[in-house]
Design a protein around this ligand. Sequence first.
Ligand SMILES: Cc1cc2nc3c(=O)[nH]c(=O)nc-3n(C[C@H](O)[C@H](O)[C@H](O)COP(=O)(O)O)c2cc1C
Length: 209
Amino acid sequence: MQVLAESLSPEATYRLMSGIVVPRPIAWITTLSPEGVINLAPFSCFTFVSNKPPLLGINIGRKAGVRKDTGANIHATKEFVVNIGDATQLDAIHMSSVEHPPEVSEADILGLDTAPSVSIRTPRLADAPVSMECRLERVIEFGETGAEFIVGEVLAFHLRDGLYRDGKVETRELNPVCRIGGPNYASLGEIVTLRAVAQTPKSVMNKDG
Ligand SMILES: Cc1cc2nc3c(=O)[nH]c(=O)nc-3n(C[C@H](O)[C@H](O)[C@H](O)COP(=O)(O)O)c2cc1C
């Protein structure tokens, strides 16, 4: 079967692409409003962009043409925290997507504790296995719906004790959760380990190539 992209509405395209680009990790983002309210919402159009400096990217859409609270807060404060929830927190991750007005804190409503960050004012989720404090690096607008690809530089990583050993994250203990299409999620299944393939170091930049 073939589908011509131009025949699809924005909604149908969203359903198709979010069913194809799977599984997606979930950035569980805390932001601070200019009035000091801690906002929390999940975003699965989320990826890692660069390792030096460490950059993360999240695509944030609009609701009825208006910036979501997360996007508006990032524009105002130039900072945010990407928390990574685990499978035990799935209900809270899902329910934090409920649309509340900006003066309502989803973290409060869900009874989630926050803790101070070390390099930014925006708090992190105290019980998330991982939190990454980010300073806004750039915003790139794409397409006709006003979606913004928000890139943040990670200034500090917080990892639950025991999760980071010998320079590696213990994935089983992280117990991550991912989004597939619609309100469907998956947790880690079988881990298959293959022989490592030698790679040229990534840290050296050849300016000509
Ligand atoms: C698991 C999950 C992933 C989501 N991923 C995205 C996303 O990548 N981009 C986006 O704009 N909205 C995404 N949403 C919807 C937002 O979470 C939702 O619009 C939320 O109300 C935004 O909250 P805010 O206005 O407090 O920022 C996702 C929702 C769920 C449940």
